[in-house]
Design a protein around this ligand. Structure first.
Ligand code: NAD
Ligand code: WQD
Length: 348
């Protein structure tokens, strides 16, 4: 293990991407200080990361909207930076509960920035999303593509991006890395941490994985009449461990260089829904039953990143392909059929 490079507040560190990033941070010599309210995660995730790194990680149970708690945590642990994952992320739910989404995502980020200002912490890494681009006008998506989110969740991400750009330009010393993730999938090879959605998964990979493990009878393929090679939607799936490693690179870039930046985190390769089904079948050795369903409202035919800027700025590019994504996702799901601590369900 590397020498201690410093402490980093990781909000939402018990979640899917946060838990993998905590593992990558420790591997690179950083100490994560985790703040999470467990509204979409389990403390077991942190227990397991602690076991993997053979060190008890600091975990503060609380909400990012509690500015005093954020300030105290930053000061108590002399944090040098913040990696901000905490927030709500379900596109469909954001149409039903926009107030909750603006509250958690926008007011939550504002609260955290206030706390950072009070604690004189100036480096901020933000989980943004490819959803800020809206309907692609050209592909691959470059960072200068117009920003036009089509759902409240995406609007909250864009609002925080704008807030960060304004604060960074105000001369108060904030340096920020805005990271626009494409479609994170997979899990750590240990099979100890992974994606554990509550209820019916919204996203493709966890849904396929739950079909493979017998929790759901079949996948609904939402549309096979798109203008894509096989008619199903094409996305840029990225292995969560590649994504986690990019956060370490972004942090180290903020430490070694002045200024702020915005980068896509994707692989640059698009795969269709049926490509992912076939990849998963290969990984698990089972047939994934599926039915063709109608298109999901708000979906686009194809979305994939131009990942060149991330390579130039961070010296990072995704190295894990579809086989590793499916293998690691399957190994996690089959070793933890009901996630971290969810009760056993009978198939629907
Ligand atoms: P996740 O739900 O697994 O993790 C989010 C974590 O934040 C959870 O542990 C949750 O309990 C915590 N949290 C939520 N609101 C909080 C609050 N108010 N105070 C404290 N903790 C709170 O989600 P994830 O997939 O790991 O995503 C992490 C971030 O990346 C999110 O901001 C999400 O919007 C963004 N993102 C995710 C994806 C994706 O497909 N997974 C894609 C693009 C961007
Ligand atoms: C992928 C493809 C679906 C489920 C979402 C958010 C985005 C980002 C990542 C947070 C599409 C198809 C899906 C299913 C299916 N999250 N599909 N059957 O929509 O690209 O992105 O997650 O920031 O903001 O919008 O990902 O995994 O939901 O869908 O056929 O049961 O799989 O139509 O073509 P998406 P997804």
């Amino acid at each position: 293990m590397n020498a201690d490079k410093g402490r980093v507040l990781v909000t939402g560190g018990a979640g899917f991407i946060g838990s993998h990033t905590c593992l990558a941070l420790v591997g690179a010599g950083w100490t994560p200080i985790i703040l999470d309210n467990f509204c979409n995660s389990s403390p077991t995730a942190i227990k397991r990361v602690s076991e993997l790194v053979q060190r008890e990680l600091v975990l503060v149970e609380g909400d990012i909207r509690d500015t005093d708690l954020c300030e105290k945590t930053l000061k108590d642990h002399s944090c040098e930076a913040v990696i901000h994952f905490a927030g709500l992320k379900a596109v469909g739910e954001s149409h039903e509960k926009p107030l909750d989404y603006y509250d958690a995502n926008v007011l939550g980020s504002h609260s955290l920035l206030r706390a950072m200002s009070a604690a004189s912490v100036n480096r901020f890494i933000f989980s943004s999303s490819a959803t800020v681009y809206g309907v692609p006008q050209s592909l691959p998506l470059t960072e200068d593509h117009p920003l036009a989110p089509t759902n409240p969740y995406g609007q909250t991400k864009l609002a925080v991006e704008n807030l960060l750009r304004d604060v960074a330009q105000s001369g108060q010393g904030l340096q920020c890395a805005i990271l626009r993730y494409f479609n994170p999938v997979g899990a750590d090879v240990s099979t100890r941490i992974g994606e554990d959605p509550r209820g019916i998964p919204n996203n493709l990979m966890p849904y396929i994985a739950q079909v493979a493990v017998g929790r759901r009878p079949h996948l609904n393929v939402m549309g096979n009449d798109y203008d894509t090679p096989d008619g199903t939607g094409v996305r840029d799936y990225i292995h969560v461990v590649d994504l986690a490693e990019a956060h370490v690179k972004a942090l180290e870039r903020l430490v070694s260089h002045d200024g702020s930046f915005t980068v896509n985190l994707g692989t640059g390769t698009g795969y269709s829904v049926l490509d992912m089904v076939r990849g998963f079948e290969k990984a698990c050795g089972k047939t994934i039953p599926y039915e063709i369903a109608k298109r999901r409202a708000g979906d686009v035919a194809s979305m994939y990143a131009d990942p060149a800027l991330a390579e130039t700025l961070l010296g990072w590019r995704a190295s894990r392909g579809i086989d590793e994504m499916c293998r690691d996702h399957w190994n996690w799901q089959s070793a933890n059929p009901n996630g971290y601590d969810t009760p056993v369900e009978t198939p629907a």
